[in-house]
Design a protein around this ligand. Structure first.
Ligand code: DAH
Length: 334
């Protein structure tokens, strides 16, 4: 009997209590009314009378030790359990996920800031536009190829999804007498296949300046200043003769490639130059269509693609990346 008590003493001492489960297992094995210690008390009843005082003493010792171990372990387990649930105020806070400006909006924002700084105001117009404003009043001849079904989304015979922001020029000049100094940012639509270089919906920024005595020198000065602020003070510009029905003369403006500084690289296709906008002096017919006397007033206008400029600025090789909303791409513009 004494051996049994010693054995159980060693066993309870060695029992490994690490969590709430092992604590409970220990209690059920040794301490409950039908547990192993209670069992020994039961056996003691049938021991010889003269041994009982000693056995009783030993058993009581065992019981006290086992219970003390239980209380100890219980306190330990409970204190670690509360640590898990208590809020640790020294931990760093949870970071919110902040969105980032889309690269197209970033470029558009820079363009707006530059022209607002020069005294231009922002004008907007509808994306669903009259054929008359999108083409006719901008001096497109009735049979001009741009009206063709291949370029234009017609909603009806007379209504189109605007193919450029130039009709906003018409709306502004119809509603406001010169001097006019506006930029018109917005979405435009072309009935074109989507490819690495073109989308069927994209953004343009249009500009219009009409006043007395406005010359081509004003056009050059304004767009040169824009180019330097947008692409860096080292940039050089050049104009190439071009054609638009609503301007005469018309010119396309190139800037020196800011990736290679004009030496030639992949982005500028080894020419050293990047085409960034179309421009020209407002055609007298357009002024006349808007009840502005071309003998008294003159003006210049320009239009540029925002996605195109974004591709050039960041050296992005496929315009479709701008629409995929892949965070691995967008994260680079935070
Ligand atoms: N509307 C032209 C286009 O979509 C761009 C443009 C060229 C606008 C010359 C103008 C301009 O105002 O003067 O390609």
């Amino acid at each position: 009997m004494q051996d049994l008590i010693e054995k159980l003493k060693a066993e309870t001492a060695a029992f490994d209590i690490v969590d709430a489960q092992t604590l409970d297992a220990y209690r059920l094995k040794y301490l409950v009314r039908k547990g192993e210690i209670a069992e020994l008390f039961e056996q003691m009843k049938s021991a010889p009378k003269e041994q009982k005082p000693l056995l009783g003493k030993l058993l009581n010792e065992l019981k006290q030790l086992a219970e003390a171990k239980f209380e100890d372990a219980k306190a330990r387990v409970e204190s670690t359990r509360t640590e898990e649930t208590v809020i640790d105020l020294t931990l760093p806070g949870r970071r919110g996920f902040l969105g980032a400006e889309h690269p197209v909006q970033k470029v558009l924002g820079d363009m707006k800031r530059i022209f607002l700084g020069m005294g231009f105001q922002i004008a907007t117009g509808p994306e669903i536009e009259k054929d008359e404003y999108n083409f006719t009043m901008l001096n497109f001849p009735p049979d001009h190829p741009a009206r063709d079904m291949q370029d234009t989304f017609f909603l009806s015979k007379d209504v189109v999804l605007r193919t450029h922001t130039s009709p906003v020029q018409i709306r502004v000049m119809l509603s406001q007498a010169p001097p006019v100094r506006v930029i018109c940012p917005g979405k435009v639509y072309r009935n074109e296949d989507v490819s690495a270089r073109s989308l069927c919906v994209f953004h343009q920024l249009e500009g219009l300046y009409v006043d007395t005595g406005v010359t081509f020198a004003d056009l050059k000065g304004t767009l040169y200043s824009f180019a330097k602020q947008m692409f860096g003070s080292d940039v050089k510009i050049r104009f190439r003769p071009s054609f638009f029905p609503f301007t005469e003369p018309s010119a396309e403006m190139d800037i020196t490639c800011y990736l290679c500084g004009g030496k030639g690289c992949r982005v500028c296709k080894h020419t050293g130059w990047l085409e960034i906008l179309g421009s020209g002096m407002v055609h007298p017919n357009v002024l006349r269509n808007c009840n502005i006397d071309p003998e008294r007033y003159s003006g210049f206008a320009w239009g540029m693609g925002i996605e195109r400029t974004t591709l050039l600025r960041y050296g992005i090789t496929d315009i479709r990346y701008l629409l995929e909303n892949d965070v691995r791409m967008l994260n680079q513009f935070e």
